[in-house]
Design a binder for this molecule. Structure first.
Ligand code: PLP
Length: 387
């Protein structure tokens, strides 16, 4: 079955759900057992079926089944947010004295987790240039290195690490590779084919796709799956069934939405690149982007999130531009149907590399609107910036 067919049919079986197209949502804590024998059998292997609400319900298993197959992993685990998915992945390998290698362009809260809770528990981390070649990353590996953590592209600065080469170097030393694959979704970066062992998604973004739920997914290969699942259970992470349902529903239209997000992003980038206020665009699908070659080699498509570096301007003018936008919302997250814009400060999130931009950096999420209206909104914004 091809991906697009699986997006429609994966994780549901109308015959098992009284002919209804979509799986039911069970709200559950207690799961009842008829006999002591059944209770004991369930306790002997709580991962085998329904056991207790925290361990998942049929709608959790449906999304996990759909996701694992889509991404090409052995199994998937739902979590209550994207950050919870990151923490489950990292905690699944963490141990006192362990060492992590983390790309310098990772999502800010990933670094905060590593420098906060994980450090307190005795896990150290070294950050590296996401553009480093595999030999440079390999030179940073130690006997106690427990994982390499990548994000491709980084969601603020859009560098793409050479995932297959870094994965090959890590595997030579027995080190697993984790990837925050949120930007590309399972459709546009086949993580496991590229050597990743654990793939992480803030499903809050494109999988849910409508800015109305927090959800995370971790997909793992056979070696890591059980450990990831057990870590999520030990931490007590469980996503609410209604949110899981929204994730499953979002999957059905993921391809169609991404096509429009990417087309609108490309059109906005073309228009922005010709503006005198713009210094450069950060969007690897563009042929003139420094990461285009890796994007073309390793990715199967593009999503709608990109960066824009402006020429220097004062804070008040920038605020005038952003405050007056009518279609672009300002706020965190992305991946919903609507356009967003956010001033960002990538420099504060780095230690191994320096982020140099002469002017402010913006992050734009291209929504599903008519792109002419989005351009008109930005054009009026630039007029306020200039005035
Ligand atoms: C938003 C985001 C996360 C965290 O997801 P939440 O659901 O907000 O916790 C993780 N990684 C990336 C790249 C993100 O953009």
């Amino acid at each position: 079955m091809k991906d697009d067919t699986w997006l429609v049919h994966g994780g549901r079986d109308p015959r098992r759900q009284q002919g209804m197209v979509n799986p039911p949502v069970y709200h559950a804590s207690t799961v009842l057992f008829d006999t002591v024998a059944e209770l004991e059998a369930a306790a002997a292997d709580p991962l085998a079926g329904v056991y207790y609400g925290r361990y998942g319900t049929p709608v959790h298993f449906a999304l996990e089944e759909a996701m694992a197959r889509l991404e090409g992993g052995h199994g998937a685990v739902t979590t209550c947010s994207g950050l919870a998915a990151i923490s489950v992945a990292l905690m699944s390998v963490a141990a006192a004295g362990a060492h992590l290698l983390i790309a310098d362009n990772v999502y800010g809260p990933t670094r905060k987790l590593s420098e906060g809770l994980l450090k307190r528990l005795g896990v150290t981390a070294t950050y590296f240039d996401p553009c480093a070649d595999a030999d440079e990353v390999a030179a940073l590996m130690r006997p106690e290195t427990a994982a390499v953590f990548l994000e491709a592209p980084g969601s603020l600065t859009f560098e793409i690490p050479d995932v297959p080469a870094i994965a090959a170097a890590a595997h030579e030393r027995g080190v697993p590779v984790m990837l925050d694959n949120t930007w590309a979704t399972p459709l546009y970066f086949p993580a496991f084919e590229r050597g990743v062992d654990i793939s992480i998604h803030a499903a809050t973004k494109y999988v849910v796709g409508h800015a109305d739920a927090m959800l995370g997914l971790v997909t793992a290969n056979e070696t890591h799956y059980r450990r990831v699942r057990k870590t999520a259970i030990q931490l007590g992470y469980c996503a609410g069934p209604d949110d899981v349902y929204l994730g499953l529903r979002g999957l059905r239209t993921l391809r169609l939405r991404l096509e429009r997000h990417a087309a609108n992003a490309a059109a906005l980038c073309d228009w922005l690149a010709a503006r005198p206020e713009v210094e450069r665009i950060l969007y690897p699908p563009r042929p003139d982007d420094p990461h285009h070659a890796l994007w073309k080699r390793d990715f199967l498509g593009a999503s709608g999130l990109f960066g824009v570096v402006l020429h220097p301007c004062d804070k008040r003018s920038l605020a005038a531009m952003l405050d007056g936008l009518s279609l672009f919302g300002m706020g965190f997250s992305w991946g919903g149907y609507e356009s967003l814009i956010l001033p960002t400060d990538p420099a504060i999130h780095r230690t191994a590399t320096r982020w140099s931009a002469s002017g402010p950096t913006l992050r734009i999420h291209a929504g599903l609107e008519d792109v002419d209206d989005l351009i008109a909104d930005l054009e009026a914004g630039f007029e306020r910036l200039g005035g």
